[in-house]
Design a protein around this ligand. Structure first.
Ligand code: CMC
Length: 390
């Protein structure tokens, strides 16, 4: 036996101190650098939130202009990186491509490998935030067999992403719908950071070995992919497809109660009253559906599930409420983003949080993350020759 505590799932363990994000799960409060998430989502642009996550405060005008200029300068990716894309099958999941190409950035930007230099670390953060939309859109274009679109820096961050996703070289005068661009920017903000969640903890753990930041972020993308984490937004839509129509909801709910399936997009490890991101996301969802005049039976089905779950004692007793991924999946579907891109969009937005935590870790001395275990295997026994083994 050791002297360490046994805490599977890290339910009560805090391995780090952090000044970036505060969550009070009981109150449903989420603050980035002290600013409430609903205020940020409604009033700030995503890149301003990125600046605050990285630097501690929202930028003043001069800092904002400078930061936006720097991000704009780094949106393009090295031409040889497209060869990485070409190595994938066209039907590869875009998250599989993202794990590969983001890790591959370490083969292009060598200064990122020298993690001991503060300046290098900062440039890496800018590069990453700037290139994520480009790489994300490329992973989609590749799956469609369409040419990659170069980033356009006359568009803002969210507009540029939508442009690279949906424009083709023939669209010389491409216009982005402002309602969609605003919703996209808000989705980015609502996913920007969430303290020591599974993927951020993965980035920190990988980073604690001194590994280069692109490799650490690739590890974060891998952790995010799972359906219990960022993969949930995609899983919500798959679940809606499986249920099919409103009439099948009661039968599906019975399966949930028999613990055969989970109601995806519901429940959270930390929020046990409500997810403050989900509240803003729901408002945005309503705005988008109304502005686009969308009347989709899948969305009607989602609303029915939400209503039943909020009234059913099974969910009330277990404090299961819709989380951010429930509504983000619905908005993304409404604005025409294919389901396989949902988690990619989450990773694009969360990259700002990951790199902020990685930078924070490097700003002070840290030890390698090395958990212990509760050993439950065989006690000591002697070696047995192969002819004597059972
Ligand atoms: N549907 C049905 N039952 C559920 C659900 C759900 N979505 N989530 C939890 N439960 C039940 C669970 O079976 C358990 O019941 P009992 O006590 O009777 O055994 C009880 O609620 C407590 O659940 P838990 O598994 O101990 O909770 P956790 O904190 O370990 O898990 C979670 C949190 C988010 C992994 C889980 O709620 C879940 O799998 N939700 C669905 C996936 C999802 O939407 N994930 C996105 C989370 S938000 C964005 C992100 O983090 O990426």
């Amino acid at each position: 036996a050791g002297y360490w505590s046994y805490d599977p799932g890290f339910k009560v363990t805090a391995p780090v101190e952090s000044k970036i994000t505060y969550i009070d799960g009981g109150k449903g409060e989420l603050l980035h650098r002290g600013y409430p998430i609903d205020q940020l989502a409604k009033n700030a642009e995503y890149l301003e939130v990125c600046y605050a996550l990285l630097h501690g405060d929202l930028p003043n005008q001069e800092q904002k202009d400078d930061f936006y200029k720097k991000v704009g300068k780094h949106t393009a990716v090295h031409d040889q990186l497209r060869k990485f894309f070409e190595g994938f099958r066209r039907d590869a999941h875009p998250m599989a491509i993202m794990v590969g190409v983001v890790g591959a950035l370490s083969a292009f930007y060598h200064e990122g490998l020298d993690v001991s230099e503060e300046l290098h670390r900062e440039i890496t953060a800018i590069r990453l935030i700037a290139k994520m939309p480009t790489l994300a859109a490329m992973s989609y274009k590749y799956s469609q067999g369409e040419p990659f679109m170069y980033p356009r820096n006359d568009f803002n961050y969210a507009e540029n992403f939508l442009y690279m996703m949906f424009a083709t070289p023939a669209d010389v005068d491409y216009k982005v719908n402002p309602v969609i661009a605003k919703a996209m920017d808000r989705i980015f903000t609502l996913h920007a950071d969430h303290e020591q969640n599974a993927s951020t903890s993965t980035v920190r753990l990988a980073g604690s070995t001194g590994a280069n930041p692109y490799a650490c972020i690739a590890a974060g993308i891998a952790a995010l992919w799972g359906p219990s984490h960022g993969g949930a937004n995609e899983a919500v839509l798959k679940m809606l497809d499986e249920i099919g129509t409103v009439e099948n909801v009661p039968e599906f709910m019975e399966k949930v109660k028999r613990r055969e399936v989970k109601l995806m997009g519901f429940g959270h490890r930390v929020y046990k009253n409500f997810d403050p991101r989900a509240q803003v996301m729901k408002e945005t969802c309503d705005e988008v559906l109304e502005a686009l005049g969308i009347d989709d039976p899948k969305l009607e089905l989602a609303m029915k599930l939400e209503q039943i779950a909020l009234e059913d004692p099974y969910f009330i007793e277990r404090k299961l409420y819709p989380n951010v991924d429930f509504y983000s999946g619905i908005i993304l579907k409404a604005i025409g983003i294919p389901t396989s891109m949902f988690t990619v969009i989450f990773s694009l937005a969360r990259a700002a949080g990951w790199i902020s935590h990685w930078l924070e870790m490097h700003s002070a001395p840290f030890s390698i993350g090395r958990p212990r275990q509760l050993y439950t295997g065989e006690t000591r026994r002697d070696f047995v020759n192969i002819e004597d083994r059972k």
